[in-house]
Design a protein around this ligand. Structure first.
Ligand code: G6Q
Length: 554
């Protein structure tokens, strides 16, 4: 029986995943090509490395080193069609409430829609509101960056501390690191997220409070970690500058959807930058949550980042699936997760500026698709989201790549790199890029026992030195890591996640799985702090842990 919610979002009727024709065909097909080696695929088709590539919106994807044939691609595209991907994309772009468990539209694409576009939520065009906030952020950023906005003692702001967690932290941190080259080097940016007091203490230990601005970034303005850190920041500030409550307004601004709580905290709502319930936390780095990014790189660069996002949004909406970068990336992931029993995907950026990109993608992918029930509430009978992980290259090569090359797990990898660097030091860049190409070549083609023997390796050592190869990878190449390029890369993965979620028929936009632990922590905090011995009603392990901690506090 269709749920009312499913009707509400005009979800096209789709068969349960394992009953779709394309799924069954893919299953049969995967049996046939399971043992086909990339060596054979390349030998049989000398043009494969040129043919199985896709260039769009300034991104070049080489997907030839995947364990696929033309037939695989055809069937994956068919699966996307049978899964209603086209209709789901239209529903998202139209502002339908596709986040059915929270009854919300999902419109991060509206955050980067150009002025003049029209996207309706409950009959209202939201694009003008988006630009109103962007204009307000721009005016504020200009005042801070020019020194016009001063702290309570009249000094201009030199330090910006973003306080937020999850979606209100990972994007801003990642973007700041990625775009450091474009940032104002006279300013210092710090990010505080953890409720562990160390995070705050270390972030501010060398900062002059009189020159410091805190951005409290919280959609709800009720999150335990963020509010705890925000209160600690207020106490720190008032202590340092001499206790003027009125000066809070000069050193605190808020990014939130909750004006009442912002005002209660003591932040002037004139200095509050809003966003909307149709922006999910992990999809919000290009909303006002990106205020720290704008302060760092300036409004013009922020605008370019939005243009990059938008270019991929348009590509995703209009390109046929076989020529659609995010769709293809998403479908290839489905291929390995569901037909090769892969459990993880490695994100390997060969650009030091992207060092936080894997961490950012962990939330985007796993909080979105780490689900075990379908939209209509049935338990899935197939695997959903893989574990995403990674580190920048070449560092990873000297640690976990061993397992990717010779372990027993199949780990599809995304290598991401750029033709040009802003730090062109001697031969560094050629060496960096050589390592990308070498790794994907080694993973795909490996080294046979014959090749190892021919090198004069003694027989007993040969098995240890053999590389089986046939390890799949994508290579994503682009010009240079600019604000615009960062927007493109993030949008690429946002829509790849959407594609995967659509195939798996999960709600990629809620995150109920984070609730239980939060609620239990609220119950345990008073038990840890109680002056008298609390009556504990947890399991024996949790009770024991609580008692031990209380005892250690004395
Ligand atoms: C993201 C999640 C989550 C959220 C944080 C912070 O999609 O919803 O990571 O961003 O829990 O929430 P607030 O912004 O409300 O503080």
């Amino acid at each position: 029986m269709a749920t009312p919610a499913a009707e509400e979002i005009k979800n096209p009727h789709v068969e349960p995943l394992t009953q779709r024709n394309a799924w069954k065909a893919l299953q049969a097909h995967s049996e046939k090509i399971r043992d086909l080696h990339l060596r054979t695929l390349f030998a049989d088709d000398p043009k494969r490395g040129e043919r199985m590539t896709l260039e769009a919106a300034g991104l070049f994807l080489d997907y030839s080193k995947n364990r696929i044939t033309d037939e695989t691609l055809r069937l994956l595209v068919e699966l996307a069609q049978e899964s209603g991907l086209k209709q789901r994309i239209e529903a998202m772009y139209r502002g339908d409430k596709i986040n059915i468990t929270e009854k919300r539209a999902v419109l991060h694409i509206a955050l980067r829609a150009p002025k003049g576009a029209s996207i309706l939520v409950d009959g209202e065009n939201v694009v003008p509101q988006v630009h109103e906030v962007l204009d307000k952020m721009t005016a504020f950023a200009n005042r801070i960056r020019s020194g016009q906005w001063t702290g309570h003692s009249g000094k201009p702001i030199k330090n910006v501390v973003n306080i937020g967690i999850g979606g209100s932290d990972l994007g801003p941190v990642m973007a700041y690191e990625a775009l450091r080259h474009f940032s104002d080097r006279d300013m210092t940016f710090r990010f505080v997220s953890n409720v562990d007091g160390t995070d705050f203490a270390e972030a501010v230990h060398d900062l002059d409070a009189e020159e410091t601005l805190f951005i409290v970034s919280s959609k709800t303005f009720t999150t335990l970690e963020t509010m705890t850190n925000a209160h600690t920041a207020r106490t720190w500030l008032l202590e340092k500058i001499g206790g003027h409550q009125s000066s809070v307004a000069k050193h605190f601004v808020a990014v939130s959807t909750n004006a009442a709580e912002v005002s209660k905290f003591g932040i002037d709502t004139a200095n509050m930058f809003g966003f909307w319930d149709w922006v999910g936390g992990r999809y919000s780095m290009d909303s006002a949550i990106g205020l720290s990014t704008m302060l760092a790189i300036g409004p013009e660069n922020f605008q370019k980042m939005l243009e990059g996002f938008h270019e991929i949004d348009e590509h995703f909406r209009t390109a046929p699936f076989e020529r659609n970068l995010p769709a293809l990336l998403g479908l290839l992931t489905v291929w390995y997760i569901n037909f090769f029993d892969a459990h993880t995907v490695a994100i390997l950026p060969y650009d030091q500026y992207l060092k936080r990109f894997p961490a950012y993608l962990q939330q985007l992918t796993m909080e979105s698709n780490g689900k075990h029930v379908t939209l209509d509430g049935n338990r899935v009978n197939y695997a959903t989201c893989p574990i995403y992980w990674g580190e920048p290259g070449t560092n990873g090569q000297h640690s976990f790549y061993q397992l990717i090359h010779q372990g027993t797990r199949l780990i599809p990898c995304d290598f991401i790199t750029f033709y040009r660097t802003v730090n062109n030091l001697g031969r560094h860049h050629d060496m960096l890029i050589a390592n990308v190409f070498a790794q994907t070549e080694a993973l795909a083609f490996g080294k046979t026992p014959e090749q190892v023997k021919a090198e004069g390796t003694p027989d007993w050592l040969v098995p240890h030195r053999v590389f089986e190869g046939n390890r799949p990878s994508n290579t994503i190449l682009a010009d240079e890591l600019t604000p615009k390029m960062l927007g493109k890369l993030v949008a690429l993965y946002e829509h790849s996640v959407f594609t995967q979620g659509t195939i798996w028929q999960v709600n990629s936009f809620d995150q109920w799985g984070v609730e239980l632990g939060k609620a239990l922590a609220q119950r345990i905090i008073p038990e840890l702090e109680s002056k008298t011995e609390p009556e504990l009603k947890h399991d024996s392990s949790t009770n024991n842990l609580i008692r031990r901690y209380r005892k250690s506090k004395g």
